[in-house]
Design a binder for this molecule. Structure first.
Ligand code: TA6
Length: 313
């Protein structure tokens, strides 16, 4: 009798502890599509971000009002080794196929881990998760460098989303990499938006063998396929969505380039035929001049994304 009530007491205590822990844990660990591990971070005011450990990839970012701000392809394949088409893929340690590695490197189709105690990184937010990627033996065969890629995914005031990348060289020799974070930003209609902030900036046209041009347009609009690497851009680029009367503000640090892409009618096997109308990518990138990290040193890059009413400063 006594034993039973003691057990019940322990059970209640345990349930209370679990509830208290769940309340204070900054994120929820769950299963996503095809049973892949997924993290959900909520800010307590309605904003949320969902992240797959596969690829360390943000798959959803919702505003305080629950509006989805990123696009996931209607034909996205959630089956390793295919990368996930949508959200925010991490292209590392090689952007594109101009190097020895598979297109866009390997970070987007590796399993990342949660890092409980990352090295200090100042933050005012408790709505965050820290991930880490270390190379496997097989990765070392194709890219022979020991590294630690730490990614903090964090919701800030007003539901803005910040991705902080830290790449540490834990090897005995320097290494170089090219890189991009590739957000598929949700827009009302690709023909109704304009991208601002790239006036008079040079770009490499990926549809023309990376020939170099200068963009003289005050703003960019879209009416056909576009795939450009803008070089040494300002830190802030804005996507103005006239229909939604909203502007997505993309702020980047530590990555001087930016890629703007929309495939339009170009066939992309894991993209629904009409999906191109709903997104544009504005990517924070380091492409023209690869980043060099010396042994024991760390590179840091920040991508901060927020949505403001159009016309807002
Ligand atoms: O960043 C733009 C880009 O490099 C385009 O050339 C385009 O092909 C896109 O990325 C998607 O690449 P993926 O390997 O995901 O099909």
């Amino acid at each position: 009798m006594m034993g039973n009530s003691a057990n019940l007491g322990y059970l209640i205590l345990w349930a209370l502890l679990v509830a208290v822990f769940a309340e204070h844990s900054p994120f929820e660990q769950t299963k996503g599509i095809n049973g892949l591990d997924k993290i959900i971070v909520r800010d307590g005011r309605g904003a949320s971000v969902e992240v797959y450990l596969y690829g360390g990839q943000v798959a959803s970012w919702k505003s305080e009002k629950g509006e989805e701000l990123l696009v996931m392809s209607s034909k996205a394949i959630f089956e390793p080794p295919a990368p996930i088409r949508g959200g925010i893929p991490i292209l590392f340690p090689q952007y594109s196929n101009t190097g020895p590695l598979p297109n866009h490197g390997f970070a987007r189709n590796r399993f990342w881990a949660i890092e409980a105690n990352p090295p200090p990184l100042p933050s005012n937010s408790s709505a965050k998760v820290d991930l880490i990627l270390r190379p496997s033996k097989d990765d070392m065969k194709i890219w022979p460098h020991k590294f630690e890629y730490r990614l903090r995914i964090e919701l800030g005031d007003g539901g803005d989303l910040t991705l902080t990348s830290r790449v540490k060289n834990s090897d005995g020799k320097p290494f170089h990499f090219t890189f991009a974070l590739h957000p598929y930003f949700a827009v009302s209609d690709i023909s109704e938006i304009q991208v601002e902030g790239l006036h008079n900036v040079d770009y490499l046209d990926q549809q023309k063998n990376r020939a170099r041009f200068t963009d003289h347009g005050k703003v960019m609009t879209f009416n056909s396929q576009l795939d450009r690497i803008y070089l040494s851009t300002p830190n802030q680029i804005r996507i103005v969505d006239h229909k939604k009367k909203k502007t997505i503000v993309v702020h980047k640090e530590g990555q001087v380039d930016a890629v703007v892409w929309n495939p339009w009618e170009k066939k992309v096997s894991d993209l629904g035929v009409e999906d191109y109308m709903r997104f544009v990518t504005v990517e924070s990138a380091a492409i023209e001049k690869p980043i060099t990290v010396k042994p024991g040193e760390e590179w840091k890059g920040i991508l901060q994304m927020s949505v403001v009413p159009s016309g807002h400063p």
